[in-house]
Design a protein around this ligand. Structure first.
Ligand code: NAD
Length: 326
């Protein structure tokens, strides 16, 4: 099979490319930057998703498209770029794929379409109402509509995967990581809250700064620790490959992520013990993050079985941390 993977230099895309090459498939990447993969089974088109000429070249001669690339930003200043990449870009890649008579198109959507941060019921199933609260979540919902439309008007099979929050295990204890830095480390979190303009939260966090690097357990204003899914890239790749190949995936919509959510009150003391960093607890204004998303449909329909629970990811993260400290 010749498979186009968009976002081929990204976290999930790069891993999926390698898995496909190892499985003997021909793979093409399509994205803004090179994946840096030197292999006879791989070629790439460097370009933006909303560049029609590049999208046509990328889709030409492929049997399937895994549209894993997207722009992720929650900054107001990135709004136009966000819609160009995720909505207009998805429309153009879809049209190029349909014109190239691609057999199957898999789309990486997001739990932000519900949104998971403010669910109406839990566990969140695929039937939960879709009322995104972030522009990023809206771009993913619009992307889903574009995918569904193209599935209706062309012969292309479509699969929508609503991705859990995803990390490489090595990112969990990296203060420089885009997601894990501000999630678990105090100073990156202060900077993030300042950038979001959340002055009250930034002030509370700054007041807790012990004057040296520290981990932070965030809770809501009533002292309830955050809880959310954090899924290993390798498990996400397993789900993407099932969506690519499984007969029962065609036309489906699936939540894709770890089975159990991560309770921050459980993992942060372990992180502190393993790193020797102090752990502070800060209660932030608002309801906080506290959700559980069901992956029952993808497990029962496609046989998805995640292998990387958070404690296994953490073991790897600690090993990386130790190497970095040395
Ligand atoms: P990533 O940011 O690591 O990779 C995305 C890639 O897309 C990047 O390499 C980037 O260069 C490329 N890209 C961005 N805009 C582009 C454009 N206009 N044209 C061409 N290429 C462009 O993302 P990831 O973590 O691998 O996520 C994969 C997918 O899953 C994305 O669609 C993302 O929205 C979705 N998702 C991710 C998470 C998460 O926590 N990582 C959660 C939910 C959904």
């Amino acid at each position: 099979m010749k498979v186009l993977v968009t976002g081929s230099a990204g976290r999930v895309g790069a891993f999926v490319v390698r898995r496909l090459i190892a499985g003997g498939h021909q793979v093409r990447g399509f994205e803004l930057r090179s994946a840096g993969i030197e292999d006879g089974g791989f070629d790439e088109v460097i370009g933006a998703f909303d560049d029609r000429e590049a999208a046509i070249r990328a889709c030409e001669g492929t049997d399937a498209v895994l549209h894993l690339g997207a722009f992720m930003s929650w900054l107001a200043s990135d709004r136009d770029k966000l819609f160009r990449a995720n909505v207009e870009g998805t429309r153009i890649v879809l049209e190029a794929a349909a014109a190239a008579k691609v057999g199957r198109f898999v789309f990486a959507s997001s739990g932000e379409v519900y949104p998971e941060n403010k669910p109406e019921f839990q566990p969140i199933t695929e039937d939960h109402p879709k009322k995104p609260l972030s522009p990023y979540g809206l771009t993913k919902l619009l992307g889903e509509e574009l995918v569904t439309f193209q599935g209706r008007v062309s012969s292309m099979e479509t699969v929508i995967l609503r991705f859990s929050h995803t990390q490489n295990a090595s990112e969990l204890l990296d203060p420089e990581s885009f997601f894990s830095g501000p999630r678990f480390f105090l100073r990156p979190k202060i900077e993030q809250q300042e950038n979001f303009g959340n002055k009250a939260a930034a002030d509370l966090l700054r007041a807790a700064d012990p004057g040296r690097p520290a981990l932070v357990l965030t809770r809501n204003e009533e002292g309830r620790p955050f809880r959310m899914h954090i899924t290993d890239t390798r498990d996400m790749a397993q789900g993407v490959l099932l969506a690519l190949t499984h007969q029962m995936a065609a036309g489906g919509i699936f939540n894709l992520g770890a089975t159990e959510p991560v309770d921050f009150a459980q993992i942060l003391p372990v992180m502190a013990q393993k790193t020797g960093l102090p752990l502070l607890t800060v209660d932030l204004p608002g309801a906080g993050v506290w959700y559980h998303t069901s992956n029952q449909r993808i497990r029962e329909t496609l046989g998805f079985e995640p292998d990387w629970p958070i404690m296994r990811m953490l073991d790897e993260a600690v090993a990386e941390w130790t190497t970095r400290q040395a």
